[in-house]
Ligand binder design. Structure first.
Ligand code: 48H
Length: 260
């Protein structure tokens, strides 16, 4: 075999094996933003078979660009233990008690690396376009290549079967929207549907991101900005303690669900 042939055939074989091994999961996570990456790390550390499906080429969601492309973000003191678990550096803000700053590129890359090192798999450039929903139960995801989605190509998707699904799609709550619009489920919110994100209020948004993290239909969880959109919480701008804590919280909830 020529070098060209070895390289091509090994890549195709390895990727195919990886995908086949992850077509049946304990937990299917949608979106490679900070909250889902944290959840993936803690779930994988507990031996849960978990994969993240991310639409974009680069996972990391809204972390890379910091605030308005100034590539720094803030976290609060009670999120530092999570950064420590990922070996991500931070610095104390000397003139503002309780705040820490970190390089947003280190955060994005550190969270991705930490999720993978713990044993989670990440499938990038894969868009989740639907749910598998049988007998009133969430059974997994319907996936397709992002270029297929972007170009509007009429190509049928593939499926991933999973014991539970996590919506970490950020502001639009894409998976919850599919559950409401296509599976016609009633979510466990005051209206039974998506309440809609509110404007900026940092302290409220940070607290509600964690409080709103949870299971909204049997086997269907939301974390991060998606949880806030589902329950009608405020946004918070480029501070990420809430996202990190939301990921850790939903990992605990999913573990409990899987142990039932
Ligand atoms: C595959 C998908 C799909 C799909 C979307 O938005 P994210 O960074 O997610 P969070 O909730 O972990 O973090 C939110 C944070 O980044 C943020 O936006 C903040 C703090 N905003 C504050 C403010 O005031 O605005 O990442 C979500 C990821 C993205 O990478 C999407 O590409 C991906 O999900 N995604 N992947 N299939 N259907 N939908």
């Amino acid at each position: 075999m020529s070098a060209e042939n070895i390289i091509s055939s090994v890549i195709v074989r390895q990727f195919s094996n990886k995908l086949i091994e992850h077509l049946q999961l304990d937990a299917a996570l949608v979106g490679g933003g900070p909250s889902c990456l944290v959840a993936a790390h803690y779930l994988a550390r507990q031996g849960v078979k978990v994969a993240v499906f991310e639409r974009k080429l680069a996972p990391g969601g809204g972390t890379w660009g910091g605030g308005m492309l100034f590539n720094e973000v803030l976290v609060q003191e009670d999120a530092l233990a999570i950064l420590d678990d990922f070996s991500i550096h931070y610095n104390k803000v000397e003139d503002a008690e309780g705040y820490y700053t970190l390089d947003s590129v280190e955060m994005a890359s550190g969270l991705i690396f930490g999720a993978l090192q713990a044993g989670a798999k990440i499938f990038n450039t894969v868009s989740v376009e639907d749910l598998v929903f049988k007998d009133g139960k969430v059974n997994g995801l319907v996936i397709n290549w992002t270029p297929v989605e972007r170009l509007g190509m009429h190509v049928d998707p593939l499926t991933v079967i999973s014991k539970c699904v996590l919506d970490g799609t950020g502001h639009p709550s894409e998976i919850m929207k599919l559950a409401v619009d296509k599976a016609h489920v009633k979510l466990s919110t005051p209206t039974g549907t998506i309440m809609g994100e509110k404007p900026m209020w940092v302290d409220s948004g940070e607290a509600s991101t964690v409080a709103n993290t949870g299971e909204y239909y049997p086997g269907l969880f939301a974390c991060g900005m998606s949880a806030n959109n589902v329950m009608g919480g405020y946004r918070m701008g480029p501070i990420f303690g809430g996202m990190l804590k939301s990921g850790r919280k939903v990992a605990e909830q999913i573990l409990e669900f899987l142990q039932k």
